[in-house]
Design a protein around this ligand. Structure first.
Ligand code: AMP
Length: 534
């Protein structure tokens, strides 16, 4: 028998309507590209989104239209979120750190009909423009262009957000495409609303009207992990940093806006630490941060410890991917961990976490056989769930699900009896030494626990006898003097002997991908022959 509840589509516009009605005066603090701090709230943001939507409709945008954005985290970008998606059009958020070739590729692949861009990207847009035949209108997010459009579009009291099937596409984000062309992942209203409902939950990101959320994670990357929607649902204050992502700016925002919760990739937290060290600051005295979420790459133990000891904040480790909207697992502690000594708590916090309701996880061996959740068996991580990709945009890459409907993440993991997942490595990054696997993540985490090391990357490099052996590249902290021998001695008391890197090199910087991960593919190419004479 069918249930008899009201059949209402889960639409993104419903989150904005809720925010306008129940949290109209809650602050949205936007650090603009122009360098100003703009304070707005859900009442104004809602009104401006409706005016923008009305203008978009007049200019041919409707259900299924593709609208691109090349923009930082500002109130204007957020208005585009709600205006475009509210209409049933698709917001294609574009990562400005991609190469010009990839940018052209994805804008053409998405067939964007409009492109909104932050004024500081004007030279980039000018460079790309002639190669973007589908884009009929370019609009700079500044006073001349964007604000004039809004000024010329008065609010229509009769305007209503349309109702449509919740399975309709809402936004599009491309994978970072370190090999080959990026592939598009098309989210739906349903997947977005369901994912957002989970993200705010107490055992996930624990957002509420008492939170002040700093979104360092970009609106252009996987809907900023769903946090803008969480703010709309809960009435949490939103702090948007614009392009100001350096340690000093982030610290000031945390201080001035009484930020309780901040989300970003580990690289951003490293920059914050460097600023604190350089200026001798006392975060515990200045700030009221309770939670820092780190995802996108592994959070090292030293980072977890610093947030605990110096900020009195909990580093919440999370794992996910563009293909998963992005959340898969989050690392909160269980009641039985409450009285553990700090060192043992850090051990748990280094794991990526336990499955979010709605996400099913499996680890499988090379033949696809399901492996036990015993914390030991390592296998390819497979996932399924209502906010996990079914196929890429336009079918790129063909069929991507296995016979049971699971998506292969390309990651290698263990899962323990409590359900905590530990990411061993990306399958492309794991080092295959004489038939055994060495985790580059473990070696990197160990290296950065050395007090003189800021950043480390470990790559598998071709080796005559062992097929591959680890090569470690380290960036020293300013003023630190660490030698190759120091590093090897440090590592040898902490990792198995056969894991010890064959070489340790010191470099000034490490190359990063557009999403803030170490660009290991590039490093492997650069150092491919480094050990062949060994
Ligand atoms: P992206 O789609 O760019 O968000 O990248 C997703 C990939 O980043 C995952 O498949 C992992 O390899 C990696 N990743 C994400 N979160 C973590 C984490 N907490 N620890 C280690 N790797 C991570």
């Amino acid at each position: 028998m069918l249930g008899q509840m009201q059949d209402q589509p889960l639409l993104i516009s419903s989150m904005l309507e809720h925010a306008e009605r129940y949290h109209p005066d809650v602050d949205i603090v936007s650090h603009t590209v122009e360098g100003t701090v703009h304070r707005t709230n859900w009442r104004d943001l809602g009104a401006r989104s409706r005016r923008l939507a009305a203008w978009l409709v007049r200019n041919g945008v409707g259900q299924g239209s593709m609208v691109g954005t090349l923009a930082w985290n500002t109130h204007r970008h957020l208005e585009l979120y709600f205006a475009v998606m509210g209409l049933g059009a698709v917001l294609h958020t574009i990562n400005p750190r991609l190469s010009p070739e990839h940018l052209s590729f994805i804008i053409n692949d998405a067939e964007d009909s409009m492109l909104f861009y932050d004024a500081n990207f004007a030279p980039l847009v000018a460079q790309l423009k002639d190669g973007l035949p589908t884009v009929q209108r370019f609009c700079a997010l500044n006073a001349d262009d964007y604000e004039s459009i809004l000024a010329a579009t008065p609010e229509d009291p009769l305007f209503r957000w349309p109702k449509f099937d919740e399975r309709s596409a809402s936004s599009l984000c491309y994978t970072s495409g370190t090999t080959g062309n990026p592939k598009g992942v098309l989210y739906s209203h349903r997947s977005t609303v369901l994912h957002s409902m989970m993200v705010g939950m107490p055992d996930l990101m624990n957002a509420s009207a008492n939170s002040s959320l700093l979104l360092v994670v970009p609106l252009f990357h996987v809907n900023a992990w769903g946090l803008p929607y969480v703010a709309a649902m809960t009435g949490a204050k939103l702090v948007l940093p614009g392009p100001h992502l350096d340690g000093n700016s982030i610290y000031q925002m945390m201080k001035n806006e009484r930020v309780t919760f901040a989300a970003g990739v580990p690289t951003v937290w490293q920059m914050l630490f460097q600023h604190i060290d350089a200026k001798g600051l006392d975060p515990r005295a200045d700030l009221c941060l309770r939670t820092a979420v780190a995802g996108g790459s592994a959070a090292p133990r030293a980072m977890i410890e610093r947030f605990d000891r110096e900020f009195g904040a909990f580093l919440l480790h999370a794992w996910g991917m563009t293909e998963m909207s992005p959340l898969g697992v989050v690392c909160q502690l269980l009641p039985k961990h409450a009285n553990l000594p700090a060192e043992q708590r850090y051990d748990i916090q280094m794991k990526q976490g336990r499955a979010v309701y709605g996400v099913q996880l499996r680890i499988v061996d090379e033949d696809g056989a399901i492996l036990p959740h015993d914390g030991v068996a390592r296998g390819r991580l497979m996932v399924s769930g209502p906010w996990i990709v079914d196929r890429y945009f336009k079918g790129a890459g063909g069929d991507i699900l296995d016979a049971d409907g699971f998506f292969d993440t390309g990651d290698v993991a263990t899962i323990d009896a409590d359900g905590y997942l530990t990411l061993v490595d990306r399958s492309k990054d794991v080092i295959k030494s004489g038939g055994e696997w060495i985790s580059s993540i473990d070696l990197e985490n160990t290296a950065v626990s050395h007090p003189g090391i800021a950043l480390a990357a470990v790559i598998g490099v071709a080796h005559a006898k062992w097929q591959e052996r680890p090569l470690m590249l380290c960036v020293k902290k300013p003023g630190a003097s660490v030698t190759r021998e120091d590093m090897l001695a440090f590592l040898s008391s902490r990792v198995a002997k056969w894991w010890l890197p064959d070489e340790v090199l010191f470099v000034d910087t490490l190359p990063m991908t557009a999403t803030g991960k170490i660009y290991k593919l590039g490093l492997r190419q650069q150092y491919k022959d480094a050990l062949l004479s060994a």
